[in-house]
Design a protein around this ligand. Structure first.
Ligand SMILES: CC(=O)N[C@H]1[C@@H](OP(=O)(O)OP(=O)(O)OC[C@H]2O[C@@H](n3ccc(=O)[nH]c3=O)[C@H](O)[C@@H]2O)O[C@H](CO)[C@@H](O)[C@@H]1O
Ligand SMILES: C=C(OP(=O)(O)O)C(=O)O
Length: 438
């Protein structure tokens, strides 16, 4: 795998690409396998590095994984986990945050678990206090060690009444993956309800769990004694689909995203339409295109589902540099997700960041010293630049910016993009991008 991309920008991206299973579901579905007493089959698995990392962790724990090369099917057999009994993962978790979710399944299965240093995008502090509070409420004991955290459950795990202070995706998944085998009925209030979480609940139901999703972010989970296997086609990656849609706008292109689905993308599609982008939905995917002429500026804030997802924000900002007038973006999910705009400013974009909550309601970061709002003034022609990928979505955004800019840009560190975008160069080829991997 190479780490730099030399891009000759200035031409529209036109063509078809396909998105498969969502990074933010597939990795969690693989963790759910640790709760199963039978083989599981997961389909639509993308070739991304987060899947490799989680596969490595599961294999360390004794899960036998069979994969067929190109069709995205994984067969995972967890029947050996007890014999393998690895409690400490000595290594760093790589670039993924998913290992924190292994706690519940490991505590149920082995009575102990270990949380190593976590990876994931550096877009804020990303503490795990909700996860630890939740696990303690179920009865886990957390002990700090030099190389991470060790957890035990001396009296087993018991159902709990939990109210999350913020609808965290990871903490909601932590509750689900722990409560399904805990003794008794768990009530979770303040839950995140992202489509990927609903798909995880669907998998757990296939395995034998009893989970009911109520109104107002309340989820009830009745613990069961045993969970079987599952056969599941992962929900497609709405973040990747939205990223390519933004690439179509920024390059004045026309991209058909096979696999993109309307329902999980509704908040994105509304924003895309308000900017003036065109889209057409059919049974197999969504076509996104720039209709010609000028695009409209917009004021948006990122939010938990059903709001506009934070992971769409970075690619959207690049598209907003090409819209007419002043756009406002208020990032309310992560305190530090606008740092990537500095390199866009160097490439000619007019973007200013602010500490205030601009254009919407006050958020958790309003009183703190975080540059979490941005004003983008456009349209501005982008110039070629030499830039280094800061994080997954920022990296994709820089590639879009380089493709939209006139001239030759170099984007360093593109390996990070493989955490969440599969067959990246193959897709660029399909869309007619002019680039070289030196
Ligand atoms: C692998 C995966 O699925 N990643 C997604 C997941 O990340 P992840 O699950 O890490 O994100 P969360 O929803 O937990 O984080 C949201 C907010 O809650 C805060 N928080 C979270 C946990 C905690 O213990 N304490 C705490 O303060 C975070 O710092 C952040 O400000 O949801 C995010 C929000 O949709 C997405 O951007 C990520 O792509
Ligand atoms: C922030 C992201 O992912 P992670 O939580 O894996 O870092 C992302 O997918 O944009």
């Amino acid at each position: 795998m190479t780490s730099s991309l030399v891009v000759d920008g200035g031409s529209p991206l036109v063509g078809d690409i396909e998105v498969r299973g969502a990074k933010n579901l597939v990795s969690k579905a693989m963790v759910a396998v640790m709760l199963a007493e039978e083989r599981c089959r997961l389909r639509g698995v993308p070739e991304i590095s987060d899947v490799q990392i989680v596969s490595g962790l599961l294999e360390l724990h004794g899960v036998v994984i069979d994969s067929t090369d190109r069709d995205g099917e994984l067969v995972l057999d967890p029947t050996n986990v007890e014999q393998a009994h690895i409690a400490d993962i000595d290594t760093h978790a790589g670039s993924s945050r998913v290992p924190v979710l292994l706690c519940g399944p490991l505590l149920h299965r082995l009575g102990e678990a270990f949380i190593p240093d976590l990876g994931g995008c550096r877009i804020g502090e990303r503490p795990i206090n909700y996860h630890l509070d939740v696990l303690r409420t179920f009865g886990a004991v957390v002990e700090k060690r030099q190389d991470g955290l060790r957890l035990t459950a001396p009296n087993g795990l018991h159902a709990a009444d939990i109210h999350l202070p913020y609808p965290s995706v990871g903490a909601t998944e932590q509750v689900l993956l722990t409560a399904v085998r805990a003794i008794g009925r768990t009530t979770l209030r303040g839950a995140a309800i992202e489509p990927e979480i609903m798909d995880l609940i669907a998998i757990l139901q296939k395995m034998g769990a009893i989970i009911s999703v109520q109104t107002d972010r309340v989820i009830l989970i009745e613990g069961v004694d045993r969970l079987g296997g599952f056969d599941h086609l992962a929900i497609p990656d709405r973040i990747e689909a939205g990223s390519w849609a933004c690439a179509a706008l920024a390059t004045r292109g026309d991209i058909y995203v096979r696999g993109a689905q309307q329902l999980p993308m509704m908040p994105f599609l509304n924003v895309f339409r308000r900017i003036g982008g065109k889209f057409e939905i059919d049974d197999d995917g969504i076509r996104f295109w720039h209709p010609g002429g000028t695009l409209n500026s917009i004021a948006i804030e990122t939010d938990v589902h059903p709001g506009f997802m934070t992971d769409w924000q970075q690619p959207l900002v690049v598209a907003l540099t090409q819209t007419a007038g002043l756009s406002i973006v208020h990032e309310t999910v992560y305190e530090n997700r606008l740092g990537f705009t500095d390199a866009l400013v160097d490439a000619g974009a007019h973007i200013q960041t602010f500490r205030e909550c601009l254009g919407g309601s006050p958020c958790r970061f309003g009183r703190a010293n975080y540059q979490h709002s941005a004003v983008i003034s456009g349209p501005t022609p982008l110039q070629a630049a030499e830039i280094t990928v800061p994080d997954l979505r920022g990296g994709f955004s820089y590639v879009i910016a380089a493709l939209a800019a006139q001239g030759r840009s170099t984007v360093h560190g593109i390996d990070l993009i493989h955490r969440g975008y599969e067959r990246f160069s193959e897709k660029l080829d399909n869309l007619g991008a002019v680039y070289k991997l030196p």
